[in-house]
Each structure stands twice: as structure tokens, then as C-alpha cells.
Design a protein around this ligand. Structure first.
Ligand SMILES: Nc1nc2c(ncn2[C@@H]2O[C@H](COP(=O)(O)OP(=O)(O)OP(=O)(O)O)[C@@H](O)[C@H]2O)c(=O)[nH]1
Ligand SMILES: [Mg+2]
Length: 304
């Protein structure tokens, strides 16, 4: 980039925060225009900070997807919530997402109270507007703005894409002047082996409806590019009990097979080469108290 171009570019970090399941990850993917972070119907899908990167109107916007904020109980919950707030404090701008259907419920109220102390411009984003009549949206926008001085308010549907481009343009105008921090074609800062592990975790969430998902984590153990251009990937799914291992395997291995097939297909689509995916399921009691698992997830290990 020339010095002149650099002088006119903008670049900054925009953290998306909100309660679990409000659609933060869906919105990051919609803003980037590509899947960089996983999504599920279940709460507490995102566990660590995931960056999605997009260029718009001469600005590089680094979107920081964060775990949902809620009242933490387990050690893993505490690590996730602490990480989410650190993402907000470290950003240039903070988008506070509300699920327009859920409105200002207890979780949303607690977040509005706490976000007041974050010292960056705050933008209100009402998401899931496809589910709510317009009058209700205006009332919600007013109620939230009465609570906190938001620099701007946007109403979007991350799912349908409604309003997403307007939000992207506004973010492009609001990030501070400065040179790009990432190459222009880069959409994520996560290594592919990490995204591949996340994609397998997403498929576990999608295929299993028990409590199990929260008690599982996935790591990529090996990644080998073969001479024929294909990639061999080995991953381990950690669960906490033998009974959970049986659930993940399913009758005659049917469940793990379908998780593997769905994950393999999506990873291959992203890599644009054939993928051979091998999944192993290991019982590791109390992996939720194992510092190594946190390191792998990109989380700090809370002392208690
Ligand atoms: N109808 C509708 N559903 C949406 C919209 N945005 C997201 N969803 C759905 O809401 C659910 C949760 O979406 P996620 O993007 O995983 O939510 P999240 O805020 O990242 O959740 P956590 O990572 O668990 O905190 C998924 O089933 C999405 O498809 C939207 O605009 N409209
Ligand atoms: Mg998420």
C-alpha cells in the first residue's frame, strides 16, 4: 500500500457482545460474508474470541465475536464471560446486540448495566428483526437508548441479511484512521486447524440434543497434506464420561459417522480440496478443569 493510501485508510476492532444466542456469530459471518465462526440453536456456542475481517469503504473492520454473557456457574462459564468482557474492553467500538424478540430481559439488562463502564463508543444492534413487528422494535430501541447513550442504533436480521450492509458501512466510517493490520484477502485470524475443530463442534451441537454439547470439546491433533492434494485431518472429541462417549458414537457408530460426514463436507468446501477426516472420542473426566483444554480453546484458565 502506498503512503498516500495508508493515510486515508481506517482500521479498527469492533467487538460484538450480548447474551447467549442473540446472534453474534451469525452477524459476524454475515458482515464478513463468509463463515468464520460457528453458530447453533443452543446457547453458549462461542467459547473464545474469534476475529472475522472485512474491508468496506476503505476501512478494514476487525470484528470480534465473543462468548455470550450470562451469570457464570462453572469454571468454563467464568472463563468465557471474562473473555467476552476483555474483548469489549480491548476494542475500538462495541456493538451491543439484543435479541429483538427477547427484548430487555434480565440478561440484557445486566449487560446494559455493565457495558456502561466500557470506555468506547457503543452501538446498539437489534437483531432478529424478522421475528418482531416494527412497533415493538421502535419501543425496544427507545427503552435501550434511555438506559445508555448509544452512538447509533441499527436494526438487522443477521439471518436474512436485512440491514447488515448498512451496519457494515457505518462501522467502516466509525473505526479510527490507520493502516490495515491484516492482508486484504484475509477473512479470519484463526488457523484453519482451529476452525476445522470448531466446525466439528458445531456438528456435535447440531446433531445431539442432550445436555452433552456443553460437556464436549474438539481439538485437531494432526493435519497432513497428501501428495494427491487432499488433506488428512485427525481430531479428538473430549467428553467427560463414558456414557457421553456412547452418545457421541451412537448405535453402531452411526452418530459419529454423521457428525464426521457433515464436518468433512464443510471443511472440504472451505479448503476446496478433498478431506479425509478421522474422529476419535476420548473420555477425560473433568476436562472442564484441565488448563491444557483451555489453552487449546484460546481461553485463560480461571484459578477457581
Ligand atoms: N430468526 C432469526 N434467527 C437468527 C438471527 N440471527 C441468528 N439467529 C439464530 O439464532 C441462533 C443463535 O445464533 P448464534 O449466532 O449462534 O448466536 P450467538 O449470539 O453467537 O450465541 P452464543 O455463541 O451461544 O453466545 C441460531 O439458531 C441462529 O440461526 C436472525 O436475525 N433471525
Ligand atoms: Mg456465538
Amino acid at each position: 500500500m502506498t503512503a498516500e493510501a495508508e493515510a486515508t485508510t481506517r482500521c479498527g476492532f469492533v467487538a460484538l457482545i450480548g447474551a447467549p444466542n442473540v446472534g453474534k456469530s451469525t452477524l459476524v459471518n454475515a458482515l464478513v460474508g463468509s463463515k468464520v465462526t460457528i453458530v447453533s440453536r443452543k446457547v453458549q456456542t462461542t467459547r473464545a474470541l474469534i476475529r472475522g475481517i472485512v474491508i468496506d469503504e476503505g476501512a478494514q473492520i476487525i470484528l470480534v465475536d465473543t462468548p455470550g454473557i450470562f451469570l457464570p456457574k462453572r469454571r468454563l462459564d467464568r472463563a468465557m464471560v471474562t473473555t467476552a468482557w476483555s474483548g469489549a474492553h480491548d476494542a475500538d467500538l462495541v456493538c451491543v446486540l439484543l435479541d429483538a424478540k427477547a427484548g430487555l430481559d434480565e440478561e440484557a439488562n445486566a449487560i446494559l448495566t455493565k457495558v456502561a463502564s466500557v470506555d468506547h463508543p457503543k452501538i446498539l444492534v437489534l437483531n432478529k428483526i424478522d421475528l418482531v413487528p416494527r412497533e415493538k422494535l421502535l419501543a425496544l430501541a427507545k427503552a435501550a437508548n434511555d438506559r445508555l447513550g448509544f452512538a447509533e442504533t441499527f436494526m438487522v436480521s443477521a439471518l436474512s441479511g436485512d440491514g447488515v450492509a448498512d451496519l457494515r458501512h457505518a462501522l467502516a466510517r466509525m473505526v479510527p484512521p490507520g493502516p490495515f493490520l491484516y492482508p486484504e484477502d484475509q477473512m479470519s485470524d484463526a488457523p484453519m486447524r482451529q476452525l476445522a475443530a470448531e466446525i466439528t463442534r458445531e456438528k456435535i451441537y447440531q446433531k445431539l440434543h442432550q445436555e452433552l454439547p456443553y460437556q464436549s470439546t474438539v481439538e485437531t491433533d494432526s493435519w497432513t497434506e497428501r501428495k494427491d492434494g487432499s488433506v488428512k485431518i485427525e481430531q479428538t472429541i473430549f467428553v467427560e464420561r463414558e456414557s457421553q462417549r456412547k452418545i457421541v458414537l451412537g448405535k453402531g457408530g452411526a452418530t459419529i459417522k454423521s457428525i464426521g460426514a457433515a464436518s468433512r463436507e464443510e471443511i472440504a468446501e472451505i479448503l476446496e480440496v478433498p478431506v479425509h477426516l478421522f474422529l476419535f472420542v476420548k473420555v477425560r473426566e473433568n476436562w472442564g478443569d484441565d488448563p491444557d483444554r483451555y489453552r487449546q480453546m484460546g481461553l485463560e484458565f480461571p484459578k477457581e
